[in-house]
Write a protein that binds this ligand. Structure first.
Ligand SMILES: NC(=O)c1ccc[n+]([C@@H]2O[C@H](COP(=O)([O-])OP(=O)(O)OC[C@H]3O[C@@H](n4cnc5c(N)ncnc54)[C@H](O)[C@@H]3O)[C@@H](O)[C@H]2O)c1
Length: 375
């Protein structure tokens, strides 16, 4: 069992990650001595949850609330339903909200925990790589508005993060790919010294998935912990975790669901590397390192999901990117995370790892990436 305390600003968050360790995890939840547990539960993990909830029920009232985790459901109305469920089942200020599922369930439950009685304790039980190695190692909780993803939310520190890595073995390859791409991002933009650990985890994944997940968790923690300690709200140096997400988000939206988040971020990182090279910031060896690392993910060409990419639509989408406002940028440009070397972002005078990029340069970079075979 891997356990420790993650410091996110002033919050000290205990975590426990292991294999086939549901009983040990229950003990940690029981030690919080809650009046009851309200369980936001991803519908895909009922079988994983059943033994855990049965054991918890011997110690406290347990009230599951099953969620279908689709982005169109990640709305304030869902948060309100969860809050109503909690109150209808007698939750009080000492109750805990448990979030068992992927990043979506974690975000919705996290927002509910920050609102219920103006704040109750939150326990994350992540069941996807995105949640386990990335989303729960953050204070950000949120929901979507009609205009876009995660446009409202709150910061809430979990009181505990518990993960049985064997829960993750039931995920499909596209779902795994999203979390793994975020770890590739960590290697390229934050901890390039971990490249071999990342590659070894990928090799282990088919035969020894739990071992691979453990290594990927270690990688996520190594990348995130130092930056979250000093930038808990992810508004300064931790913006580096947005690497690849500018072009990536635009492609994801343009594909209308055909391109997964991980795949989109992978293309977004390659585009960011090409932009950095075009601006004379990143040398060709580091650009080649991007292609080499991401080739291990065996991505299909972006044209598989997007057909012939509409470059004007891409520019229009980039112009509405949600990083606008972090730094000044003119209407014809978009703030992007760029690298001058692997693990070394270009920063502005305030230390923010963002630079304004003319839209035509960002679009040209994507064109180049789409025309290059990633092998
Ligand atoms: N800092 C943050 O808060 C942060 C960071 C990254 C992502 N997010 C958010 O997280 C969400 C994406 O998270 P995600 O990638 O985990 O997706 P998700 O939560 O939408 O889950 C993806 C799919 O996996 C299924 N699933 C979950 N666990 C499973 C398991 N063990 N076995 C089989 N299927 C399982 C779910 O039912 C769902 O169909 C987005 O809403 C995103 O905005 C938040």
């Amino acid at each position: 069992m891997r356990e420790g305390i993650l410091r996110i600003g002033s919050a000290a968050v205990p975590y426990r990650y292991g294999a086939d360790c549901a009983d040990a995890l229950c003990e940690s939840i029981e030690a919080l001595r809650p009046a009851s547990a309200i369980v936001a539960l991803d519908e895909a993990v009922l079988a994983h949850a059943e033994p855990l909830l049965r054991r918890l029920e011997r110690r406290m009232p347990v009230h599951p609330f099953v969620i279908t985790p689709a982005e169109e459901n990640k709305r304030l109305s869902l948060v309100e339903s969860l809050l109503d469920h909690a109150v209808a089942h007698g939750a009080d200020r000492t109750s805990v909200i448990l979030a068992m599922g992927g990043g979506l369930v974690g975000n919705v439950a996290g927002l509910a925990a920050s609102l219920l009685f103006r704040g109750v304790r939150l326990v994350h039980l992540p069941t996807t790589p995105v949640a386990a190695f990335d989303a729960v190692l953050s204070l950000k909780q949120g929901a979507n508005l009609a205009a876009g993803k995660n446009l409202c939310g709150a910061y809430r520190a979990p009181s505990l993060i518990c993960c049985d890595l064997s829960w993750l073995v039931t995920l499909s390859r596209p779902q795994l790919l999203t979390g793994i791409t975020e770890m590739a991002k960590n290697v390229l933009a934050v901890v390039p010294s971990r490249e071999n650990a990342f590659k070894e985890a990928l090799t282990a994944l088919p035969e020894r998935p739990v071992e691979a997940f453990d290594a990927l968790f270690e990688l996520g923690l190594a990348a995130k912990a130092p930056l979250l300690a000093t930038d808990p709200h992810e508004r300064h140096e931790a913006l580096v975790f947005e690497y690849g997400h500018t072009v990536g988000h635009a492609l994801e939206v343009l594909s209308a669901g055909a391109m997964g988040h991980g795949e989109a971020v992978a293309w977004g990182m390659l585009a960011a590397a090409e932009v950095s090279a075009q601006l004379g910031l990143l040398d060709q060896a580091d650009v080649a390192a991007h292609y080499s690392l991401l080739s291990a993910l065996e991505l299909p060409s972006p044209c598989t999901a997007l057909g012939d990419v509409d470059l004007e639509a891409l520019a229009a989408r980039l112009a509405t990117d949600n990083k606008r406002g972090h730094i000044p940028s003119s209407p014809g440009s978009v703030p992007m995370v760029l690298l001058r070397r692997l693990g070394e972002p270009v920063t502005d005078a305030d230390g923010r790892p963002l630079a304004p990029v003319p839209l035509d340069i960002a679009v040209e970079a994507f064109e180049k990436v789409a025309a290059t075979e990633v092998v």
